[in-house]
Design a protein around this ligand. Structure first.
Ligand code: ARG
Length: 589
């Protein structure tokens, strides 16, 4: 289906043409003055210069040509030359009726669907998820779902941090504590045990301990670097230990991401491209892209048009070891080979912006990607506490994600059971569902690159621009529909969208009509916050309509059936949108 605004613009363009002006002037936009009109066209203002005519004259000519038509209820030329537009109720109703029937509400399929990889999450193994992992998971998941809904072929890849010094540190600390483990026995040739010699909680303690030691003790750090090198060179025992670290961590990560309703198609990591690195390095050297600078292997990536200093991209450290850049570049090679994506989106902290700029330039310059392959960094800001400083626990530590989620769930549970009889199991379930909406909406409703304050009181509120408010609205619609079904089982079958009978009803219908344009924009800009803004407006429009309209007690069955159709459509659209944001609605709350 064509987008609603495009259909209106088309009609306006015809009027411009009929009046003897360039039809391209007929572009229509949402009204800046909702008190005066629903849409507006500023084409006459733009045309004034072109035709050396007062804009109001042009606007009047155009308005006159609008005469009889099926789209506009009124077209008003107002000083100094705006065209104020109102839409016919029948036109809106027909459009919504088509939306209700169409697949994906009439969203057009992309002409050329893209293959997209979203690289998000990016946790490092052997460390528990903490609040810093919340944003990449939530934002990445939503970007993935929006692109998928928009009709593209999307792969989500977690890109684990599972290679490099942290692994060497863990191995070194283990060796210190349990030197007799078979993994450290060079003479051992048998199979290694299936069971890991540590649990996840032990692992979570080992890593920070080792990391702290290495900062104080130079020799310890040396040993860790050597262990890293041995691991990367393929030493059997170290590889076996490393595999245990990965398996234990991944099982724990899966559990935690599942709680967030975040799901990856690929659980690849930095280590997966280890074998790609030597070939890549050879190639970069041979083609003359890479050279040795102060011992390290680098590729120049600065460009003449740069206004700031862009340092060379380091491909290997001076000791020959791979680094963060190395694995990211090699991952690009692997992704191009395995999936041939049109676009790779990296959802990572905005402070890594320069880093990604270097990596992208290096990949382009060395032709790891095709000229038309898009590499995009969606950099997100910091999640702060209410005090505007990075979010911390009460005693100043980094909060585990699990604990944060639990805290919000408890708060939700309190609200749900406050002064009400709710069955315990249902209350817990509902609390979980609503808590997830509070966390995700609280994050996604902000533009990703902005810092935001994690404010539990605000996020869990049932009023205002929050997840629970959206869910509350959906639950309200469900409950009205249920009541009507109890009154008259058959009414739903007679439901069809009718012309609006009130201003509030029309406003709701016009919000719905904007769905397709909103999806296209959110996809194009990888901007979940636009979905949030849309459903907030839609929920507000619905609630205004609800407060003004006696739906359940309406006697006129035709009218009532019309509202049922409108409610069904509103509910379906809200549910589709929250699905894209990564949460769902309960039956009751
Ligand atoms: N593991 C990285 C970190 O902790 C984030 C990974 C982002 N993705 C990437 N391809 N570099 O900072």
């Amino acid at each position: 289906m064509k987008k609603f605004l495009d259909l209106i613009s088309e009609e306006m363009k015809n009027a411009f043409e009929a009046a003897g002006y360039d039809r391209e002037l007929g572009k229509v936009t949402l009204s800046n003055r909702p008190d005066l009109c629903e849409y507006q066209c500023n084409g006459a203002m733009a045309g004034a210069k072109l035709y050396k005519k007062a804009p109001i004259m042009i606007a009047k000519d155009v308005a006159e040509k609008c005469g009889e038509n099926s789209v506009f209820l009124s077209v008003e030329a107002v000083a100094p030359g705006f065209l104020n537009l109102k839409i016919k109720e029948s036109f809106v109703a027909d459009y919504l009726a088509d939306m209700a029937q169409a697949e994906k509400f009439g969203l057009e399929k992309p002409e050329n669907p893209c293959k997209i990889i979203v690289d998000y999450g990016g946790p490092n193994v052997a460390k528990p998820l903490h609040v810093g992992h919340l944003r990449p998971a939530i934002i990445g998941e939503s970007i993935k779902r929006i692109a998928r809904y928009a009709g593209h072929d999307v792969i989500g890849d977690i890109h684990l941090g599972d290679w490099g010094l942290p692994m060497g540190l863990i191995i070194t600390e283990l060796r210190e504590r349990q030197p007799d483990l078979v993994y450290f026995d060079d003479a051992y040739e048998g199979e290694y045990p299936k069971e890991a010699p540590f649990t996840i909680s032990e692992l979570e303690e080992i890593y920070p301990t080792a990391s702290a030691k290495s900062k104080e003790d130079g020799a310890y750090k040396e040993r860790a670097m050597e262990a890293t090198f041995k691991l990367q060179s393929g030493e059997r025992g170290y590889r076996a230990l490393w595999k245990h670290i990965i398996d234990i961590s991944v099982a724990d990560l899966k559990k935690n991401y599942e709680k967030l309703d975040v799901e990856f198609d690929l659980w690849k990591g930095e280590a997966d491209v280890h074998d790609v690195i030597p070939g890549m390095v050879d190639y970069m050297k041979k083609e003359g892209y890479a050279y040795i600078s102060e011992g390290a292997l680098v590729v120049d990536v600065k460009e003449d048009t740069d206004t700031k200093e862009i340092p060379p991209c380091m491909v290997l450290k001076s000791d020959g070891a791979a680094l963060y850049n190395t694995t990211d570049l090699a991952t690009i090679i692997k992704r191009m080979k395995d999936y041939h994506p049109d676009r790779i989106i990296y959802v990572a902290d905005k402070r890594q912006n320069l880093y990604f700029e270097q990596v992208f330039r290096c990949a382009r310059k060395t032709r790891l990607v095709e000229p038309e392959t898009e590499l995009l960094h969606i950099g997100f800001g910091t999640m702060n506490g209410k005090d505007g400083k990075p979010f911390k626990t009460r005693d100043g530590g980094v909060m585990r994600l699990e604990y944060l989620i639990r805290e919000i769930e408890e708060e939700m549970y309190r609200k749900i059971t406050d002064n009400r009889e709710v069955e315990e199991a249902e209350a817990r379930r509902t609390a979980q569902t609503v808590a997830l909406s509070a966390i995700k909406y609280g994050d996604l409703s902000n533009q990703a690159f902005k810092d935001y304050a994690f404010d539990i009181d605000k996020f869990t509120s049932f009023e205002g621009d929050t997840g629970p408010y959206i869910l509350y609205t959906i639950v309200r619609i469900k409950s009205i529909l249920n009541k009507i079904r109890e009154q008259d089982e058959a009414l739903a079958d007679k439901a069809r969208i009718r012309e609006a009978g009130s201003a509030a009803e029309k406003a709701l219908m016009l919000e719905i009509a904007g769905f397709n344009a909103m999806i296209e924009e959110s996809y194009k800009e990888s901007a979940p916050h636009k979905v949030c803004a849309y459903i907030y407006d839609l929920a507000n429009a619905f609630n205004r309509f609800y407060h003004e309209t006696k739906i359940i007690s309406q006697e006129d069955a035709e009218k009532k059936a019309g509202w049922v159709a409108l409610l069904l459509l509103t509910r379906r659209i809200l549910e589709t949108c929250i699905e894209m944001l990564g949460f769902s609605a309960p039956e009751r709350m």
